[in-house]
Design a protein around this ligand. Structure first.
Ligand code: ZN
Length: 433
């Protein structure tokens, strides 16, 4: 290892482990990583290649590393703030060598190349451990690989850092401090599913309560929480696992997802028998969730008593602080701000006087204008009038109309509020809702 490479390698570790808040996405970092990776590959040192790629991905705040095959080469791409970015290309011969090392580390079968496989590898550093989930997919040109980085430091954050405005925060705090009730966190895609749930669980995690989780798979170890992983291979179904879990006398249950009517029935029964139940559902919005739950199970009278709160959320990118400047407002943006202010009764300042900011591109954000992400939310907390509407088989529109009377804000309004506070842009909000 040359002295130069050793220094870079040391820098990389220091940046990852000690200076997370100062992450830099610049293309010079991509070049630096490419040089390190290729110098290890030239020496057939696949162990160091794997380490440097994992650390490099963490350093660039990526959630996933993609190895995408084509006929002549392999492109290494990182998902940064939800967007795929090409980092560099690998030669086929180097990729083959690395692929075998990665499969070996992840306990995948080396001789199997014609069916998809899933596995996991871990890297240990003095102060932390990074788990990486690996999945392979056969293609005509070797196997494609995607590695998801499971960084516990990113999965559990402070409750105050979940980007709730005080009204939504107060509502959720009230719900999670109840003795019982079903709380559902919903979103349309898988990504970042864990952070909100794990952060809520760690807020609730005190020695006087027993918290049990049922996960598929367990991604992060949580201190004092009893975590179990669904294993349906030996004929023990998800439903049977849930029933066994309830016999362990928990106060709080976190089940990975409401899969079907049977899971929903157990979740509602657990809620009605004095458990706080947290779970997730794949739906587009809080109102869609109500529709889906009623259609899934057709027992609205039970749902009305058991369900407490629905939290729908999306991620939007934050404006890069290094190249943030005030922007000219478009008439559409002024109109959207006006509508939002009218809906939430905000009338202290005319919409025309509100300033908007955006990024202009710089090396800190790799000219993407954005750096980092935040959540936007829509929360429905059931009160008596909403519960009565559900019992009477009201449709989602009628329930939403009732919900709007409670001064609640929609996801779009929450996003526009965050744009007029210069965290993100209206354009970014409209893209995700
Ligand atoms: Zn920038």
């Amino acid at each position: 290892m040359s002295e130069n490479t050793t220094n870079n390698w040391k820098d990389l570790k220091e940046i990852v482990l000690e200076k997370e808040e100062e992450k830099n996405y610049s293309s010079s970092k991509f070049q630096e990583l490419e040089n390190i990776v290729k110098s290890f590959l030239a020496k057939q040192d696949t162990d160091s290649t794997l380490k440097s790629l994992t650390l490099g991905a963490l350093n660039l705040w990526s959630s996933d590393v993609h190895y995408d095959n084509s006929e002549h080469d392999v492109v290494v791409r990182f998902r940064i703030d939800g967007v795929l970015v090409d980092i560099f290309q690998l030669e086929k011969k180097h990729y083959k060598l690395f692929l075998e090392r990665l499969k070996h580390s992840s306990n995948l079968k080396l001789n199997i190349t014609n069916v998809p496989q899933d596995g996991k590898y871990s890297l240990d550093f003095s102060e932390s451990k990074i788990d990486v989930r690996v999945s392979t997919l056969p293609t005509p040109y070797w196997e494609n690989m995607v590695c998801r980085i499971l960084d516990a430091k990113k999965a559990i954050i402070d409750f105050e850092d979940l980007w709730f405005f005080w009204t939504t925060k107060r509502m959720l705090e009230k719900a999670i401090n109840k003795k019982n009730g079903l709380i559902l966190v919903t979103w349309p895609t898988w990504s970042w599913k864990t952070t909100t749930l794990y952060t809520i669980l760690s807020k609730l995690n005190t020695r006087d309560k027993k918290i049990i989780t049922l996960e598929d798979p367990i991604e992060y170890q949580l201190k004092w929480i009893i975590q179990s992983e669904v294993n349906e291979k030996n004929g023990y179904s998800f439903e049977m696992w849930l029933k066994a879990l309830l016999r362990q006398d928990p106060d709080i249950i976190m089940m990975w997802e409401i899969r079907d009517a049977a899971t929903l029935e157990i979740a509602t029964q657990a809620s009605l028998t004095w458990h706080l139940v947290l779970s997730t559902l794949h739906t587009k919005s809080a109102s869609d969730t109500l529709d889906r739950l009623i259609n899934m199970w057709l027992k609205p009278y039970i749902l009305a008593s058991a369900l407490d709160t629905i939290v729908a959320q999306r991620l939007v990118r934050k404006i890069c602080p290094a190249c943030k400047v005030e922007k000219e407002k478009s008439p559409e943006e002024v109109q959207l701000i006006k509508e939002m202010m009218k809906e939430i009764g905000m009338n202290s300042i005319p919409a025309e006087n509100i300033k908007l900011y955006h990024g202009t591109g710089c090396e800190h954000c790799n000219n993407s204008w954005y750096k980092g992400r935040l959540w936007i939310y829509e929360i429905i907390s059931l009160n008596n009038s909403i519960r009565n509407l559900i019992r009477e088989w009201a449709n989602a529109q009628e329930i939403i109309a009732e919900w709007r009377k409670l001064d609640m804000i929609t996801m779009k309004e929450d996003g526009i509020l965050k744009a007029i506070r210069w965290y993100t842009t209206i354009q970014e909000v409209l893209k995700v809702i």
